[in-house]
Write a protein that binds this ligand. Structure first.
Ligand SMILES: [Zn+2]
Length: 188
C-alpha cells in the first residue's frame, strides 16, 4: 500500500520530470491552423498566417508531391487545404480573395469533382471574379492540421491522409459552404 508520504514524493518526482521535459520543449500553436509544434526559425508565407514550423511541414509535403507525378491531383488539395487554414483574420482584400478562391476550389474538388483539365479551366475562370468575394469568418478550430499529414509525406498513405485533412478542413468551414459554392456556381 502506498502511504500519503510516498504519494506526495511520487507527485513531486513526476512534477520534476514534467518540468524538465517542458524546459527542453518550446512548442507553440500555429496562429493559422492551431497545430502545436516545436518552435523553429524559418521562413513563413508572404500573406498566409502560419508559424515557421507549420510552413516547414507544408513545404515537406509539397516537396514529395513535386517529385512524384502520381501525387499531382493530391497537390491541388494540399495547397487549397493549407490555404484555408491560414487565412489570418481574412480581413485584407488579399486574404479575403485568397481564402475565398481556395475554399471554392476545395469545395468543388470534394463536392463536384471534374476531370483535371476541366478543373483547371474552372479554377482559372474563378480567379477572374475574385473581386466579388466577400469576407467570411474563419472557423475557430480545425480538427486536422498539416501536422497530422506530415509523417505520411511520401509514403503510401500520402494521398489518403491529404484527402482526410482536406475533408476535415472543408467540414470545419461548413457555415460557409452554401455561400462559397453558390458564389462559384455563378461563374461557370
Ligand atoms: Zn498552421
Amino acid at each position: 500500500m502506498v502511504g500519503v508520504q510516498d504519494t506526495t514524493d511520487l507527485g513531486k518526482d513526476l512534477h520534476r520530470t514534467y518540468s524538465k521535459v517542458m524546459e527542453r520543449s518550446t512548442k507553440t500553436h500555429c496562429p493559422g491552423c492551431g497545430a502545436l509544434l516545436e518552435e523553429t526559425d524559418g521562413p513563413v508565407h508572404r500573406y498566409m498566417e502560419g508559424s515557421p514550423a507549420c510552413f516547414m511541414l507544408f513545404n515537406q509535403i509539397l516537396a514529395c508531391e513535386y517529385s512524384d507525378p502520381a501525387l499531382l491531383p493530391t497537390h491541388r488539395l494540399t495547397v487549397d487545404t493549407y490555404a484555408v487554414q491560414h487565412s489570418g483574420e481574412a480581413r485584407t482584400r488579399q486574404q479575403i480573395q485568397s481564402v475565398g478562391l481556395h475554399l471554392a476550389r476545395l469545395g468543388l474538388q470534394l463536392e463536384r469533382p471534374t476531370p483535371p483539365n476541366e478543373t483547371n479551366d474552372i479554377m482559372l475562370g474563378l480567379g477572374k471574379h475574385k473581386l466579388t468575394l466577400e469576407y467570411i469568418e474563419p472557423p475557430k478550430h480545425f480538427e486536422m492540421t498539416v501536422a497530422d499529414v506530415a509523417d505520411f509525406a511520401g509514403r503510401s498513405q500520402h494521398s489518403d491522409k491529404v484527402r482526410a485533412w482536406a475533408l476535415s478542413a472543408w467540414e470545419d468551414w461548413s457555415d460557409h459552404h452554401e455561400y462559397i459554392l453558390s458564389w462559384a456556381a455563378r461563374w461557370f
